[in-house]
Design a protein around this ligand. Structure first.
Ligand SMILES: Nc1ncnc2c1ncn2[C@@H]1O[C@H](COP(=O)(O)OP(=O)(O)O)[C@@H](O)[C@H]1O
Ligand SMILES: [Mg+2]
Length: 334
């Protein structure tokens, strides 16, 4: 459903998205996991046809996001980082308005369907300004679903929510995601692991890893890559290194160095050195570097936000935004 190839975006001289290639299938929730500034939002804006890439191609459902952006917008539901909500509108009227913008037929019926989908039937007559953040996020999801799109692009859908709301919104996404293609961005590792079928890790505009949530768990343990150079035959040396407990994936590189991974928290180099010297190898190099992923994981939030106290929840629920905030709604086709 989503096909991206060599996607690149520069803001002036700064490269925000650098040669991204990936795809997402129907029925799949693909996670876009990366720290702030990684390029998640930029990629999503390009995919929704709101901004052209500098180079590269992207298509949704076979439609090119630049040349056929109107078709793409029909197929895609988009929950932006900050949802443009009219504070002084009631939930029902806002969704009706959004449906009309999208030229949806049987507007009121469609609004009822999405209200049901996001569990907001009882709040349909509430003013948006009186809703809690979690409720507003549901309204945001409802507007993304209003035209019953096949593809959902959700930009950090749980940001700013408290833990109970996070759990609800995640459940909702998983439910909706069963028959759709979902691309979801997050900077929370555990969120990507819980919600997604597959996770891409993006950092500084690059995809640095792509894996299932289960595999990510193992790769998350800050692995170190060790390079060994010896004079002479490498095959017997590899056999010796392979016998040392804790060492993984021993291999020969293109330029005749031996490399292995050490996922343990112990420096295994002294053991390797002793074993090789005992076997009368001349040791030329023994160096260790942390695998790239470790640094990126350090920047990702591993913990969920703290629960709000009861009084905070009440404030949050009754929160009224200062006038003027989020008053503008992006018109379709702009
Ligand atoms: N409108 C913009 N103009 C200039 N630079 C931008 C703009 N939007 C984002 N950037 C830069 O592009 C990079 C990627 O940003 P973004 O896509 O928002 O990342 P993320 O959503 O992963 O936090 C960052 O370095 C950010 O500062
Ligand atoms: Mg972002």
């Amino acid at each position: 459903m989503i096909n991206v190839s060599g996607l690149t975006k520069y803001y002036g001289v700064n490269c925000a998205v650098d040669n991204l290639t990936f795809n997402a299938k129907k029925g799949e929730i693909l996670g876009f996991l990366g720290p702030n500034g990684a390029g998640k939002t930029t990629t999503m804006r390009i995919l929704t046809g709101y901004m052209p890439p500098t180079s590269g191609k992207a298509s949704v459902g076979g439609f090119d996001v630049i040349d056929q952006s109107l078709e793409v917008r029909k197929l895609v539901g988009y929950l932006p980082e900050t949802v443009p909500l009219y504070q002084d509108m009631r939930v029902f009227d806002y969704l009706k308005f959004m449906a009309e913008l999208r030229h949806v037929s049987d507007v009121e019926e469609k609004v009822d369907i999405v209200l049901e989908q996001v569990g907001m039937v009882e709040r349909s007559e509430s003013f948006i300004s009186k809703l809690s953040k979690g409720m507003r996020q549901r309204v945001g999801l409802a507007q993304a679903l209003i035209h019953q799109p096949e593809v959902l692009i959700l930009d950090e859908p749980t940001i700013g929510l408290d833990p109970a709301q996070i759990i609800e919104v995640r459940k909702l996404i998983q439910e909706i995601g069963k028959e759709k293609t979902v691309l979801l961005s997050t900077h929370i590792l555990s969120e990507a692991q819980q919600v997604c079928d597959r996770v891409m890790i993006i950092n500084k505009g690059h995809i640095v890893a792509e894996d299932t949530p289960e595999h990510l768990q193992t790769r998350m343990v800050g692995s170190r890559r060790v390079t060994v150079r010896i004079a002479g035959e490498t095959t017997p040396a590899i056999a010796i290194i392979n016998k040392i407990p804790g060492i993984l994936s021993v291999k020969l590189t293109d330029n005749d160095a031996i490399q292995f991974e050490n996922p343990t928290d112990k420096d295994l180099r002294p053991l390797v050195a002793k074993a090789l010297i005992k076997a009368r190898f001349d040791l030329l190099e023994l160096s260790s570097e942390s695998v790239n992923l470790e640094d990126i994981f350090l920047q990702l939030t591993r913990e969920e936000p703290q629960a709000l106290s009861p009084s905070e929840v009440k404030d949050e629920f009754l929160a009224e935004e200062p006038a003027g905030i989020n008053k503008k709604i992006k018109k379709e086709g702009k």
